[in-house]
Design a protein around this ligand. Structure first.
Ligand SMILES: [Mg+2]
Length: 207
C-alpha cells in the first residue's frame, strides 16, 4: 500500500525504466526494423537517458517534469523524443508539490496523455505506442482507491495487453502503413517500449 508518491519514488521509477529499456534495446530496434528504420531501441534509450539525467536535479514535480520534457526534446531528435517529451510536459501541467496522492498521480498521467494526443493523430488500433499508453493511463484513471502501487500495477497490465494486441494489427499510421499486411504478426516497437516503461514504473513501486 503506497498512498504518497515522493520525488525520490519518481526518480526511482525512472532509473528502473532506463535499466529495463536498455536491457531490451536490441529487441525494440529489431521490431522497428520490420516496419521502420530500426532505430527505436537507440532512440528510446537516448530519450530515457536524457529525462532520467535531468530528473536527478529535481526537487519538486512541476519543474522537474517540465525540465525533463524540454531537455529530451532539445537533446534528442526524432519522434520518440518528441512524444516522450510531450508526455512529461503534459504531466508537469497537472502535477505540483513534492509528493502526490493517488488522485494527484491520476491527474499527472492524464495530463501526460492529453499532451501526447496534441502531438500525434494515432489512435489505439493503429499499431503505435498509443496502443500501450492509452489503456495504461485509462487503467490508472479507472482503478479505485488510494494505493498508488496498485494504480501503477493496473496501468502496467493494461499497457502489456495493449502492446501484445499490436501483434495482430496492421500498421495504420505514418510510414509503417506502407507495409500493409506485412506488418501483421509482430508487435509495434513503440507500444513495446512504452509498455516496458509502465512495467518499470509498477515494478519500482511493487518491490
Ligand atoms: Mg524508427
Amino acid at each position: 500500500m503506497k498512498t504518497k508518491l515522493t520525488i525520490d519514488d519518481f526518480k526511482g521509477m525512472l532509473v528502473r525504466a532506463l535499466e529495463m529499456i536498455r536491457e531490451r534495446e536490441d529487441e525494440f530496434s529489431r521490431l522497428d526494423a520490420i516496419i521502420g528504420d530500426g532505430d527505436h531501441g537507440q532512440a528510446i534509450v537516448a530519450a530515457m537517458t536524457a529525462v532520467t539525467h535531468t530528473a536527478q536535479k529535481g526537487t519538486e514535480f512541476k519543474t522537474m517534469l517540465n525540465d525533463m520534457g524540454f531537455d529530451v526534446m532539445l537533446q534528442v531528435s526524432g519522434s520518440t523524443s518528441t512524444l516522450l517529451g510531450a508526455f512529461f510536459l503534459g504531466m508537469s501541467d497537472q502535477a505540483e508539490g513534492t509528493e502526490l496522492d493517488a488522485n494527484g498521480v491520476r491527474r499527472m498521467f492524464s495530463g501526460g496523455l492529453a499532451n501526447v494526443r496534441l502531438q500525434t493523430q494515432a489512435k489505439p488500433g493503429d499499431k503505435t505506442m498509443m496502443d500501450a499508453l492509452v489503456p495504461a493511463v485509462e487503467a490508472i484513471q479507472q482503478t479505485e482507491g488510494d494505493d498508488i502501487a496498485l494504480l501503477m500495477q493496473k496501468g502496467a497490465e493494461a499497457a502489456a495487453r495493449g502492446a501484445e494486441a499490436t501483434i495482430q494489427m496492421k500498421a495504420n499510421f505514418g510510414r509503417a502503413r506502407n507495409y500493409g499486411e506485412r506488418s501483421i504478426g509482430f508487435a509495434d516497437s513503440g507500444a513495446m517500449s512504452w509498455s516496458c516503461l509502465f512495467q518499470a514504473f509498477a515494478g519500482a513501486l511493487n518491490q
